[in-house]
Design a protein. Structure first.
Length: 109
């Protein structure tokens, strides 16, 4: 049995806070099965990155970047389009130079 999206999101936020960084829920989705997008923002450089969970062919869960651009406007545009397609989506924002370090799953480069 998989944990609900809400539990996963709150656990991620807790990991971020324990490390001394800041995270917030920018959009709440379906508690049980909503997909999760994670936006990371490096305030010093202004770079933003977006991560979405995906499944590899071997069934392993990984995080991938659906938007290659590091411009926050491009990332926000993708999030807006994704929310129109899937109203159950969660969006978590992390302010950290390397926000992907908080994932417990692999991150595709």
């Amino acid at each position: 049995m998989e944990i609900g999206s809400d539990v996963w999101v709150y656990a991620l936020i807790r990991r971020v806070e324990l490390a001394g960084a800041f995270a917030t829920i920018a959009r709440k989705g379906d508690a049980r099965a909503g997909a999760v997008l994670v936006k990371t923002l490096d305030r010093r450089s202004g770079d933003a990155r977006l991560y979405a969970q995906a499944l590899r062919a071997d069934g392993e869960r990984v995080w991938m970047r659906p938007v290659e651009s590091a411009a926050e406007a491009d990332v926000d545009g993708y999030v807006e389009r994704a929310a129109r397609v899937d109203p159950d989506i969660w969006v978590v924002e992390i302010e950290d130079a390397d926000g992907a370090r908080f994932f417990t799953e692999a991150v595709e480069k």
